[in-house]
Design a protein around this ligand. Structure first.
Ligand code: GRF
Length: 192
């Protein structure tokens, strides 16, 4: 079996990217991470990728005057890498059709809520404010609708008495790190 080539987009810590990279060390895993791209030069995740000898690339969004010109530069780089799939992992950018269209059906994202609940930011705060008993995370295809593309897989996490956004997000993050490698493998296996 030829492993599919995956590029990971990050903006910061990169713990989900690291979980994906660790999963690829299993010989039976159907994908390899061939590059990690960040829109922030100081993203901590870049150090991890470098330490694992994975090719890293920075495209600083601050150097582009429009979303479209940034997306075009990012798309050019991604196209040059011969990728089968892109995994967004804490990539904090709203994307335009310049990036979305070429990768339709081939770009996935992890989101810290049980989609379709709590799209967007501050998911843990909003879940706690609503008093939900169950929260979690989802991996979904990226479409023009923010956090609105088809869901690939979800993991539930209980909300416990006394939870704060910090304690809840930490509990969800543990599940994110298990869910993302599984969901990426599912998406890769569906590629033709
Ligand atoms: C995660 O909670 C992810 O679900 C969300 O942003 C966070 C990124 O964390 N999209 P990390 O950079 O993967 O550590």
């Amino acid at each position: 079996m030829k492993r599919k080539r995956v590029g990971v987009l990050i903006s910061g810590r990169g713990s989900n990217m690291a979980a994906l990279v660790e999963a690829t060390y299993d010989a039976g895993y159907p994908a390899e991470v061939v590059c990690v791209v960040s829109n922030r030069p100081d993203a901590a995740g870049l150090e991890f990728a470098r330490s694992r000898k994975i090719s890293t690339h920075v495209i600083d969004h601050k150097l582009y005057s429009t979303r479209e010109s940034f997306d075009a530069a990012l798309n050019d780089y991604l196209q040059s890498q011969n990728l089968d799939l892109i995994a967004c992992a804490g990539f904090m950018r709203i994307m335009t059709s310049v990036l979305l269209e070429p990768w339709e059906g081939k770009m996935i994202n992890i989101h810290p809520s049980l989609l379709p609940l709590y799209r967007g930011t501050n998911t843990h705060e909003r879940a706690l404010a609503d008093g939900v008993k169950v929260h979690g995370c989802s991996v979904h295809y990226v479409t023009a609708e923010l956090d609105g593309g088809p869901v690939i897989a979800r993991a539930e996490v209980p909300v416990l008495p006394g939870d704060t956004p910090a304690t809840l997000s930490a509990r969800v993050l543990v599940e994110e790190h298990k869910l993302y490698p599984k969901a990426l493998a599912m998406a890769v296996r569906k590629l033709t």
